[in-house]
Design a binder for this molecule. Structure first.
Ligand code: GCV
Length: 689
């Protein structure tokens, strides 16, 4: 049969496309960034194989077993080698892992200084010569550090870093690196968009090991396993037994269990007549409860508490302060080295008409009045996890109190699990923000890592985006936010781009063009989301489900849950005046920020309507009017969302079909949602002006 050359070309192209598609294995997303897919058959792979011939782990502890399991699994997957566990290196290429106290081989190296620098959670990875053989040594002062180092070693291979002449010393900048799960005891998750809880109400299964592996691979060392809207039942015997079972699974991976405590537990569970923190019976109740918890969970981390916030009980119900409330729990936990994370997410309407001012006004006077083992846990911004907020003015304003930053990994206000929004750029903006608390360079990072005020207690918490969906996070790109949170908790100086590159290479592929496409999608995505949902600093234009545009929303329950409370759009203009003439919130920031942000001309466009109410024809730096700039931003955001979908389409056949289609479907929804944001908001504001 004759076949024309153009037909032949089409046929060949189809076969090649099919082959490419078939070449990429089917995936569910379950394996996250720990996919360990085979490296291509190249000289590079042969070099890796020569550097991973055997594993020497002398300890037999559960953590040591986890190290061996992970290394063998990773090396088998990546390199196709079965690296046997041996007692001593007998040829080149061994990988020795351990601590000086559990490994005579590591102790004999005498790396005392480097190990001290790395600390118990940090590690040293070095090329060395042991017993006459070229080996790689992963050493730490603590077993968890050795586990973290092993994941780092695998990451080097996953991201194609040569293993010759390694000399790595890593130490986490923050001590407590926690996930906060807003999981309810009935298995639902507040603001969870990826299925039900991984553990409530009745599961303690194999999947929790994979959860722990994933967390350990990025250095997360604690999980609060129930919601901050805490059901007091979580402190009852059966549920503490359950928490203990979870803790047993997490322990080898260096993850401690923490609980959210309900402040009214003494009354609700102990039949006391009061929860007054200064009442001795209440203090005794908490002490006994905490002692019970430690008898079941010896390494229990402590409590997070949401008190006098959104209807939760708290010390103010008895005329006491947040410090009084935190301290009664802190005293109970102190003998066991447990901590309290007392949330500063409070916004009592009686304190000030402007919601964003209230937490600062309540907490600053309490600085110095908390026990040593109390953190104030503060959201990144003063409102509530908006796509963009200025940093919370409490950072830098409580020099005597350790502050734990609370970030939200679950995308409550950022498209939930339908929109691709890579959050690392937003978190970097926060971490790098200068508070000027002690002059220029007093960044949020320096506040939370303790260097600004010489604090020894440090930490960060991320509200988790995990659930029972097979791929853990609903959107495959939600995994990137979990990953990025862990990496920034370890080292807040890492760049959003570097983290994206690691994640893409491990999760999708290391092919340079593919990586470049996905990287630019990720790095552009947060700003795109801001353009179509909160241009120029407009905030909270969202409906009660915190998903869809609802600029007309006036919530009958509370003014400060309404969109109109924030945008104040009318014929005179738009935006919230937080200058001295308005609410004065800008005064909670230090110079020069308060001066810069008091003047619309020196306020960054991105925060303009956060701090100012301006006329529609206000002249922007671009030369456009404010109204034109707003419309332009909505249009631009919608176009950028569409571009994400278009760019993704160029990857068809280059990633596995299952994840490709799943992401494509969500990107399509994002395109439609972004257009809906644009159309609804432009129409609404057009009618108001
Ligand atoms: C857990 C916001 C969310 C609530 C959340 C609260 C908090 O208001 O919408 O779901 O409650 O923050 O952080 O406590």
């Amino acid at each position: 049969m004759a076949i024309s050359s153009s037909c032949l070309r089409v046929f060949v192209a189809a076969v090649v496309a099919m082959a490419l598609t078939l070449n990429v294995r089917a995936e569910t997303g379950y394996d996250l960034w720990l996919r360990y897919v085979p490296l291509d058959d190249t000289p590079e792979r042969d070099a890796y194989r020569r550097s991973a011939t055997a594993i020497v782990v002398e300890s037999r502890s559960p953590t040591a077993e986890a190290i061996v399991f992970e290394l063998q699994r990773g090396l088998r997957g990546l390199l196709g080698v079965d690296a046997a566990r041996v007692g001593r290196p007998s040829s080149d290429g061994g990988v020795i892992v351990g601590t000086p106290s559990s490994s005579p081989l590591v102790a004999a190296l005498g790396w005392t200084d480097a190990l001290a620098r790395a600390g118990r959670d940090g590690y040293v990875i070095r090329s060395a010569n042991v017993a006459g053989h070229a080996v790689t040594v992963i050493a730490s002062a603590g077993e968890t550090g050795a586990l973290y180092g092993s994941f780092h070693f695998l990451r080097l291979i996953q991201t194609r870093v040569p293993l010759a002449r390694l000399d790595i010393v890593e130490r986490p900048r923050l001590d407590r690196r926690l996930l906060n799960h807003w999981d309810n005891l009935d298995g639902t998750i507040e603001r969870g968009y990826a299925g039900g809880s991984l553990w409530w109400p009745d599961r303690v299964d194999r999947r929790l090991v994979d959860y722990a592996r994933a967390n350990a691979s990025i250095g997360i060392n604690g999980s609060v396993i129930n919601s901050v809207n805490a059901n007091p039942q979580s402190l009852t015997e059966p549920l503490l037994e359950k928490a203990a079972a979870i803790a047993r699974i997490f322990r080898p991976y260096g993850i401690r269990v923490y609980l959210a405590a309900n402040f009214a537990a003494p009354k609700m569970l102990g039949s006391l007549s009061t929860d007054d923190p200064l009442d001795s019976a209440v203090a005794r109740w908490w002490r006994e409860k905490v002692d019970d918890i430690y008898s079941l969970i010896p390494d229990f981390g402590g409590f997070v508490v949401k008190a006098n916030s959104e209807g939760q009980p708290g010390p103010q119900d008895y005329g006491r302060t947040h410090a009084d409330g935190a301290n009664v729990l802190a005293d109970a936990l102190a003998p066991h080295a447990g901590i309290v994370m007392w949330r500063a997410f409070v916004y009592d309407e009686k304190v000030d008409p402007d919601r964003v001012k209230r937490a600062y006004m309540e907490f600053v006077p309490l600085d110095g009045r908390f026990r040593e083992n109390v953190f104030a846990q503060v959201k990144n911004g003063p409102l509530d996890f908006q796509p963009r907020e200025p940093f919370h003015p409490l950072f830098g304003a409580m020099p005597k109190t350790p502050l734990m930053a609370e970030l939200q990994i679950t995308q409550e206000y950022l498209g939930q699990s339908n929109h691709l929004v890579y959050l690392a750029p937003m978190w970097k903006e926060f971490l790098d923000a200068d508070t000027y608390a002690k002059g220029t360079g007093s960044t949020v990072t320096k506040v939370i890592d303790g260097t600004l005020e010489s604090k020894t207690r440090t930490g960060i918490a991320g509200v988790a985006n995990t659930g029972r969906d097979t791929n853990w996070t609903g959107h495959d790109f939600g995994q990137a936010n979990w990953y990025a949170f862990g990496r920034l908790a370890w080292n807040p100086d890492l760049s959003a781009r570097a983290i994206a590159d690691e994640w893409i290479t491990m999760t999708w592929s290391g092919a340079p063009e593919l990586r470049a496409t996905i990287r630019s999608m990720m790095l552009d995505s947060r700003e795109a989301f801001v353009h179509y949902t909160m241009p120029l600093g407009l905030h909270h234009l969202i409906g009660g489900d915190h998903y869809a545009p609802m600029p007309e929303n006036t919530d009958p329950r509370r003014a400060d849950w309404s969109a109109t409370y924030y945008h104040h759009a009318d014929a005179s203009g738009i935006g919230y005046d937080r200058t001295r003439r308005g609410s004065g919130a800008v005064e909670q920031y230090r110079s020069p920020l308060r001066e810069l942000w008091s003047n619309p001309g020196t306020t960054p466009d991105a925060l303009l309507l956060w701090f100012h109410h301006l006329p529609w024809d206000y002249g922007m730096k671009s030369g456009r009017t404010l109204w034109d700039e707003l419309v332009q931003s909505y249009r631009r955001g919608a176009d950028e969302a569409k571009a994400l979908e278009t760019h993704w389409a160029t990857l068809h056949g280059k990633v596995d079909e299952e994840r490709y289609q799943a992401v494509l479907a969500r990107l399509h929804r994002q395109t439609e949602d972004a257009a809906a944001w644009r159309d609804k908001c432009v129409r609404y504001f057009q009618a108001r002006r």
